[in-house]
Design a protein around this ligand. Structure first.
Ligand SMILES: *[C@@H]1O[C@H](CO)[C@@H](O)[C@H](O)[C@H]1NC(C)=O
Ligand SMILES: *[C@@H]1O[C@H](CO)[C@@H](O)[C@H](O)[C@H]1NC(C)=O
Ligand SMILES: *[C@@H]1O[C@H](CO)[C@@H](O)[C@H](O)[C@H]1NC(C)=O
Length: 230
């Protein structure tokens, strides 16, 4: 008697758990199902700034972030010199801001957190200090920004950028699941929806009319790798 009712209880619990598991699977994209969205950029390229402030915001302002694994790679068209110092396309100020953003990513590894911080910096690079509200992370951040770690991180980002296949020819350079988007980066939301092959139901934005393809100007708005800005 006692054993049969406890068997029933166990069975009930199992069914309940299985039900919850299926439900949560339906609602939330499994981590490995997410679309890998990588942005290779440099902090002072105006088109990169525009992409971060306006285009990427559509992901994080909507439910699209639930199917997106964003990776920001702040290096862009910079060069690593033989003595391992870095020369940036828009000069020393850009190198400093790239390092700053590398440390923001390091200090707040969650893309949802560091995206909004970096967006704030990119929207007004002169006033980055007002973007970073430390809430207990000040030491981690300062140790990174003022120490050797930021240089190491930038050399890591250099390696990631320089090993891209196919090579990047301009920034912003956007890849979805390792495939470059080329000039389609302004239709980012639609491209992310299209690239998603996971089991969770599609985010609402993917089926909304707001997604209709946006006309882009015929001139590609990018900074080419071989452009000398300085
Ligand atoms: C998210 O992207 C990063 C960098 O590209 C990768 O290392 C990580 O495995 C990805 N996470 C998932 C869950 O795919
Ligand atoms: C590295 O090399 C560059 C170019 O040759 C030079 O301008 C710079 O001063 C060097 N930096 C260091 C730290 O040696
Ligand atoms: C961007 O910066 C300007 C000031 O330069 C500010 O007025 C505006 O609210 C900022 N926008 C966003 C989206 O942060």
């Amino acid at each position: 008697m006692a054993s049969s009712s406890s068997t029933k209880l166990v069975l009930c619990l199992c069914l309940l758990l299985a039900g919850l598991f299926t439900l949560s699977n339906k609602l939330v994209a499994g981590e490995s199902d997410k679309v890998n969205l990588n942005l290779y950029y440099e902090s002072l390229c105006p088109y990169c700034q525009n992409f971060i402030v306006n285009d990427l915001a559509k992901i994080f302002d909507s439910d699209l972030y639930t199917i997106t694994n964003l990776t920001l790679v702040p290096f862009g068209n910079a060069h690593v010199l033989p003595n391992l110092t870095v020369a940036c396309q828009h000069g020393e100020e850009e190198c400093k801001l790239n390092a700053l953003e590398a440390c923001i990513i390091r200090t707040w590894p969650d893309p949802e957190l560091h995206y909004w911080l970096i967006r704030c910096v990119e929207n007004n690079t002169k006033d980055w200090k007002s973007c970073v509200k430390f809430s207990g992370h000040e030491k981690v951040f300062n140790d990174c920004y003022n120490g050797d770690l930021s240089e190491k991180l930038i050399l890591g980002y250099a390696k990631q950028t320089l090993s891209l296949k196919p090579k990047h020819t301009y920034v912003p350079w956007v890849t979805l699941n390792d495939q470059p988007l080329y000039d389609k980066y302004h239709n980012l939301a639609a491209q992310v929806c299209k690239a998603y092959k996971g089991k969770a139901s599609l985010p609402k934005l993917c089926t909304s009319s707001a997604l209709s393809e946006r006309k882009v100007s015929s001139k590609l708005q990018v900074s080419y790798a071989d452009e000398d800005i300085n």
